[in-house]
Design a protein around this ligand. Structure first.
Ligand SMILES: Nc1ncnc2c1ncn2[C@@H]1O[C@H](COP(=O)(O)OP(=O)(O)OP(=O)(O)O)[C@@H](O)[C@H]1O
Ligand SMILES: [Mg+2]
Length: 254
């Protein structure tokens, strides 16, 4: 069924059909190695505008994407505000993504807000640098997440300061980043060997733990060493750094 839109003024819009945002305009997946942020995830509101502000690289976008993936609902539209383009041009691009063509320039903001409202689309406005950039895009109600390096003066918005991850969380993120890339054999060996009671283990012990051939296990262990998930000690012995062992053990329960 094709989408049908009648009217172009705010009050007259009737939208029927598939309620879908094209893939290119949907939020990308959050990082697979996402860690922490439980408090911030709980603070983001379903309904209303939440502004996530904090320095570059602190994790605002990752946090927003994680929330949308885990706790958001319905259609979601990702708008990157980085490009310096006139607001009418941006709106036209967004409206076309929503399959609304040839909307007169002066009506675009109102039509965009109405469609977002009617279709209950959750917005992520990423990389805003001023409140003026955001305000024309805000529907009268619904869920909107905004990320910005600046504190935005948006009336009624819920403000969350995104602080840097703690040292332990950063380490966890790094471990997670390496772990999610592991082929299943290595991942399994990583999880299992972490339960070895002694300080060190060698290839025969690892092979016994995993129930695999020594030659296969040897390659897999070398791979774990290369990825800094395991430390080689002396001749053919291995050990886990304490924090890495805790990470590996925790994996068994997920
Ligand atoms: N909670 C997290 N767990 C794991 N990795 C994270 C987390 N938060 C952020 N990162 C990683 O840190 C990097 C920077 O995060 P992000 O892009 O979200 O920062 P930002 O605050 O949006 O920065 P900018 O202001 O430049 O847009 C990314 O590679 C992201 O995957
Ligand atoms: Mg960002």
């Amino acid at each position: 069924m094709s989408d049908v839109l009648t009217g172009t003024t705010t009050g007259a819009i009737r939208y029927r059909g598939r309620h879908e945002v094209p893939v290119a305009f949907r939020p990308p997946a959050p990082p697979r190695h996402f860690v922490g942020r439980d408090r911030e995830l709980a603070q983001i509101r379903s309904g209303g505008v939440t502004v996530l502000s904090g320095p570059g690289g602190v994790g605002k976008t990752a946090l927003a994407l994680k929330w949308l993936r885990d706790r958001g609902s319905g259609d979601q539209l990702y708008v990157d505000l980085t490009a310096r383009e006139p607001v009418e041009v941006r709106l036209n691009r967004l409206l076309e993504a929503l399959r609304l063509y040839d909307v007169p320039a002066e009506e675009r903001a109102a039509v965009f807000r109405s469609v977002v409202l009617l279709r209950k689309i959750t917005l992520l406005l990423d990389n805003a640098d001023s409140a003026d950039q955001v305000t024309p895009l805000l529907p009268a109600s619904g869920t909107v997440l905004v990320t910005s390096r600046a504190k935005l003066d948006l009336a009624g918005a819920h403000q969350i300061d995104v602080e840097p991850l703690t040292g332990d969380e950063r380490l966890d993120a790094l471990l997670e980043e390496s772990y999610v890339e592991l082929p299943e054999r290595q991942a399994r060996l990583y999880r299992l060997c972490a339960w070895h009671a002694g300080a060190h283990f060698d290839v025969p012990v690892a092979a016994a733990i995993a129930g695999e051939q020594e030659c296969d296990v040897e390659d897999a262990l070398d791979d774990l060493v290369e990825k800094s998930l395991l430390t080689e000690v002396g001749d053919e012995a291995f050990r886990f750094h304490e924090l890495v062992r805790a990470h590996a053990r925790a994996k068994r329960y997920q």
